[in-house]
Design a binder for this molecule. Structure first.
Ligand code: HEM
Ligand code: NAG
Ligand code: NAG
Ligand code: NAG
Ligand code: NAG
Length: 333
């Protein structure tokens, strides 16, 4: 009797999955993400992820920047498909690329733990890619940022390789054109790019990512002239030449643990930590957007929500593509 009941439930969830998949087919036949993708197959998934995020956040604030950056790096390399979570014994998976240096383990931990909790209730239904998207949405809201509805229905990728990372992630020395070029390859506009850079309202950067601005900027000036003078003094004190590579500095010195628009206040004051941050203000082609986001928090929040939803669509696998991983750090077979 008990076994028959379980069998019936399994059958119904399979039917529901197929119905949801058909509903998710766009006019062109390609599958799309849906806000209510798991409404029938795993209705509690968002509550489960939220609980795991809350528990982790009560232990360490690093949860917030770690999860946000993990989502960004996953999406920009082969799309939002959890390829970044794969662990390789050879050290050649996507997560092993040099650009992952500050991908704090806490982001990985959230997705792995949430997946375990979700599997216990809805085995084989929810992708790791969707759990990461939900967690990234949650950490923004739980640290003071806007709340929004996250689109779901991503499938997990079947490839993860460090060799696919170079060229796909923005570098801290990028100018506006280079930033725009890379973001537009991912269907993101300059405004999306400026809004997403607002994620640097939390977290750290290691000194090595910006000390060229202090000691070896150009032949004309060792100090980057766009740096606020008193801020430059602070940076030099925290990051002397030949500093320990583990030393890091707050990306937003004013409110480092709040998701707010102070990142843009800092840019206006010459206190953007990375060159790729400050350039958004110094380049006349993007300055007005920075001033708008610094002056009108609601404009920033709205633009950030739009851009996060678009980021979450980058290169997604849907329908029958990819797989639903059982364990986020390994492929099913
Ligand atoms: C616009 C181009 C971007 C560049 C050049 C860039 C570059 C960087 C660099 C160099 C760091 C410090 C890494 C380290 O020291 O190891 C960093 C940290 C971070 N980035 Fe970005 N990033 C960009 C966009 C984004 C976007 C779009 C997001 C998310 C939506 C994001 C989220 C973060 C977060 C949260 C941190 C702090 C990580 C931590 O403290 O663990 N970044 N970024
Ligand atoms: C990653 O890519 C490299 C170079 O293309 C290849 O030699 C290696 O086997 C790949 N690793 C995995 C785990 O696919
Ligand atoms: C540089 O920072 C100081 C100290 O926070 C501030 O008073 C000053 O207005 C800033 N300079 C500029 C040009 O914004
Ligand atoms: C960008 O959008 C086009 C049109 O919708 C789509 O075909 C393409 O796959 C998207 N690119 C990425 C990287 O998501
Ligand atoms: C979090 C994580 O996986 N970090 C790895 C990043 O890649 C380096 C090698 O380039 C590894 O040593 C880290 O463990």
């Amino acid at each position: 009797m008990e076994r028959a009941k379980v069998g019936k439930r399994g059958w119904w969830s399979a039917v529901v999955m197929v119905v949801v998949m058909v509903m998710a087919m766009g006019k062109g036949g390609e599958a799309q993400l849906l806000e209510n993708f798991y409404a029938f197959s795993c209705p509690n998934v968002e509550a489960i992820v939220r609980q795991v995020v809350l528990t982790k956040l009560s232990q360490t604030f690093v949860t917030v920047p770690a999860t946000l950056r993990l989502f960004f790096h996953d999406c920009f390399v082969q799309g939002c498909d959890a390829s970044i979570l794969i662990a390789s014994s050879n050290g050649d998976a996507e997560k092993d690329a040099p650009d992952n240096l500050s991908l704090a383990g806490d982001g990985f931990d959230i997705v792995i733990k949430a997946k375990q909790a979700v599997e216990a209730l809805c085995p084989g239904i929810v992708s790791c890619a969707d759990i990461l998207a939900i967690a990234a949405r949650d950490v923004v809201f739980l640290s003071g940022g806007p709340s929004f509805i996250v689109e779901l229905g991503r499938r997990d990728g079947l490839v993860s390789n460090a060799s696919l990372v170079p060229g796909n992630l923005p570098q801290p020395n990028f100018d506006l054109n280079q930033l725009n070029q890379l973001f537009s390859e991912n269907n993101l506009t300059q405004i999306d790019m400026i809004a997403l850079s607002g994620a640097h309202t939390v977290g750290f950067s290691h000194c090595g990512k910006f000390t060229n601005r202090l000691y070896s900027f150009s032949s004309a000036s060792t100090l980057d002239p766009s740096l606020n003078a008193s801020y430059a003094q602070q940076l030099m004190a925290a990051c002397p030449q030949n500093v320990d590579p583990n030393i890091a500095f707050d990306l937003d010195l004013i409110t480092p643990q709040t998701f707010d628009n102070f990142y843009y206040h800092n840019l206006v004051a010459g206190k953007g930590l990375l060159s790729s941050d400050e350039v958004l203000f110094t380049d006349p082609a993007s300055q007005s957007t920075v001033i708008d986001f610094a002056t009108n928090p609601s404009d920033f929040n709205a633009a950030f929500i739009t851009a996060m939803i678009k980021l979450g669509r980058v290169g997604v696998k849907t329908g029958l593509e990819g797989e639903i991983r059982t364990v986020c750090t390994t492929f099913n077979s």
